[in-house]
Design a protein around this ligand. Sequence first.
Ligand SMILES: Cc1cc2nc3c(=O)[nH]c(=O)nc-3n(C[C@H](O)[C@H](O)[C@H](O)COP(=O)(O)O)c2cc1C
Length: 380
Amino acid sequence: MSTFGKLFRVTTYGESHCASVGAIIDGCPPRDEKDLVQLQSGLEMGVTLGTPIGLLVKNEDQRPHDYSETDLYPRPSHADWTYLEKYGIKASSGGGRSSARETIGRVAAGAIAEKYLKLAYGIEIVAFVSSVGKVHLPSTISSASTSSEEDDTAQDALSKDFVNLLSTITREEVDKYLTRCPHPETSEKMTQRIIRAKNAHDSIGGTVTCVIRNVPSGLGEPVFDKFEASLAQAMLSIPATKAFEVGSGFKGTEVPGSQHNDPFVKDEAGRLRTTTNWSGGIQGGITNGEHIYFRIGFKSPATISQPQETAQYDGTPGSLATRGRHDPCVVPRAVPIVEAMAALVVMDQLLIQNARKTAASLLPPITTLPPTMIIPKKDN
Ligand SMILES: Cc1cc2nc3c(=O)[nH]c(=O)nc-3n(C[C@H](O)[C@H](O)[C@H](O)COP(=O)(O)O)c2cc1C
């Protein structure tokens, strides 16, 4: 199935070289909204009706002839062979449904969710490129992994620069750079790294980091639909993803609990906050109101134009050098997809939590609670 979400549901359709790709969004609250893609349904005079919204994006540049050599060869590490195994037939050109063209419908759906989240809750979602090959955005590098085995100090795994970046980074700053890495020197190094891959008829991978700010506490389900589990599913559904980590992630495993715990403190409004945020804004699968941040690893794209020794569909060994369009590095283009998928997760989890609260508020209240279930009140 090609549907994501439970209450805010997005179903995408289309292959890379068919007439159009798009999506049906169901569960969008009615509101005043226009969009740039061709809207087929669910909208009248700039107002969403609450009924399913159909989004259509025409594939203008259809170039099936580029891919003729892949009639003979499944591309190594692409989806040609596994699709054939699954369906017994493959799209005659390009990546078909496995192509990143499919994600256009998600990005359009995510844009609608994002606007709603921003207006209704002030929620901000910003993703940026944090590495290309071995070139890393400096504030995301941890020295914890390079220090000695006996050294338990947290070092800069959650550095001030990184925390500051997460709190302040904007989409405008990210989009100033073609690489979508918001750091001039690193962006330039990344550009050179991508050019090196392109000149060698090769490709290179990278990571995207994303922060979601102002998410209310209490979102996420306690067991299978934990907030981070939904995020992981959403992110790992993006083509070419190979890794996902949330909060301190793999780096956090090197830091003892005494330093890794996020202690509580009361803020000016009398609300409990945490003084650090190793948890990445999620505890027990439920948002705690702090910034949610996570990182996704994208592999080096499979389609490369240098010859590769491999085998044809019938097993005949041979050399494949793929022609046609290919990205030497996908991470700059993956940034809006990550943001869109994050928006879909937040939107869906918000609707689920609001449905639960609304349903609970309609039930008659229980007037007598056992003493152990009452939170003790203290004078200020
Ligand atoms: C924005 C974006 C652009 C992509 N462009 C290409 C490309 O030009 N060539 C390619 O081989 N793969 C590209 N991919 C990745 C493939 O779609 C993906 O590797 C393929 O479908 C196999 O799936 P898997 O890598 O998730 O196993 C791109 C992915 C994204 C997110």
